[in-house]
Design a protein around this ligand. Structure first.
Ligand code: ZN
Length: 327
């Protein structure tokens, strides 16, 4: 087959930014474009933004649109890959938007739509830290905590496509309220949002921390991964304590997942894992191993940081699109 016809654009569609990759038949990235997500507009406006971005990134790779085989999108919400519909994406203010069909009308190429965390996990599985594993769990720690399961080499979606919500495992029934309405989900205890809440609470209680000053200096309204990294470098006592607690809960969550599924590999991804690497993952691994039911050969279960960083979603979207095109 003509190799130029194997070009696919993979898009990681986040609530704050859009990232598009042009990927060739060897799964090499030929061009990357990033822009903020303009969520203030109606879905049709955002879909036009996506179409324009695809055209831009294809041109940036020195290609013509006619060379494009497909577009594949990881969308932040419940996605129906069969029909290309995005349901319930609160970060976008979308419900039941036929993203695949609408974008296909504008671009005239097949458009695939998947859940954003599933594409990230598929990316790390096919091309990143989880390469070669048949049984794998991905856990992405960011604003929230997302998860994905690979079983027998394929994404495990469950009966309704609602599986692998590892971020909403309840680990403290009387714990803090989660965005989902339950209490004590791992996301409400160990996401970046939860860590920021705990840092602010410590400050209100009179503890000393440089976090707010760092945020002010850097012009950040939120405690981003880079702020966390800087505060830890300065040995900020509040940040250290909050991080240690989050890592403990994440370790418990990994142990729960491993006791349930016994995967070969757990990939810890997302912005914090990417910035801190082993400093983030090692304590999680230690706590997880201590809570495995089967401990004598615990180390056979690899617990590792993701390696694809911000490109995990776009690359995974492309990998999944290739599988769908072959069907
Ligand atoms: Zn929850």
């Amino acid at each position: 087959m003509d190799a130029a016809k194997e070009i696919i654009v993979g898009i990681d569609m986040g609530g704050t930014s859009l990232r598009a990759l042009v990927v060739n038949a060897q799964n090499e990235i030929m061009a990357v474009e990033k822009q903020p997500t303009n969520v203030a507009q109606k879905p049709a406006g955002l879909i036009r933004d996506l179409a324009a971005m695809v055209e831009d990134v294809v041109a940036a790779a020195g290609l013509r649109k006619s060379q494009l085989r497909a577009v594949s999108i990881g969308a932040p919400g419940a996605a129906d890959p069969e029909h290309g519909v995005v349901y319930n994406a609160p970060n976008l203010g979308w419900d039941a938007v036929p993203l695949g069909a609408e974008l296909k009308k504008l671009l005239r190429v097949p458009v695939f739509v998947e859940n954003d965390v599933n594409v990230g996990v598929a990316g790390e599985h096919a091309l990143g830290a989880g390469r070669g594993a048949q049984e794998l769990v991905g856990m992405f720690v960011g604003t929230g905590i997302g998860g994905g399961i690979i079983s027998r080499g394929e994404l495990y979606l469950g009966m309704r496509g609602a599986a692998a919500e590892v971020g909403h495992m309840i680990v403290q029934v009387d714990g803090p309220l989660c965005g989902c309405g339950n209490h004590g989900c791992i996301e409400a205890l160990a996401s970046r949002t939860a860590m920021e809440r705990d840092v602010r609470a410590a400050l209100r209680a009179g503890q000393k921390s440089c976090v707010l000053k760092l945020m002010e200096e850097r012009g950040k309204e939120r405690m981003t991964s880079s702020i966390i990294q800087r505060a830890l470098k300065r040995n900020d006592p509040v940040m250290r304590k909050v991080m240690k607690r989050a890592q403990y809960f994440l370790g418990i969550a990994v142990a729960n997942v491993v006791n349930l599924l016994d995967p070969e590999c757990v990939v810890i991804g997302g912005g914090i894992a990417e910035r801190l690497g082993e400093d983030f993952t090692a304590p999680i691994r230690k706590t997880a191993y201590e809570h495995f039911l089967r401990r004598h050969d615990a180390e056979r279960v690899k617990i590792v940081s993701g390696t694809l960083g911000d490109n995990a979603g776009g690359l995974g979207a492309v990998v999944l699109a290739r599988k769908r095109l072959k069907k």
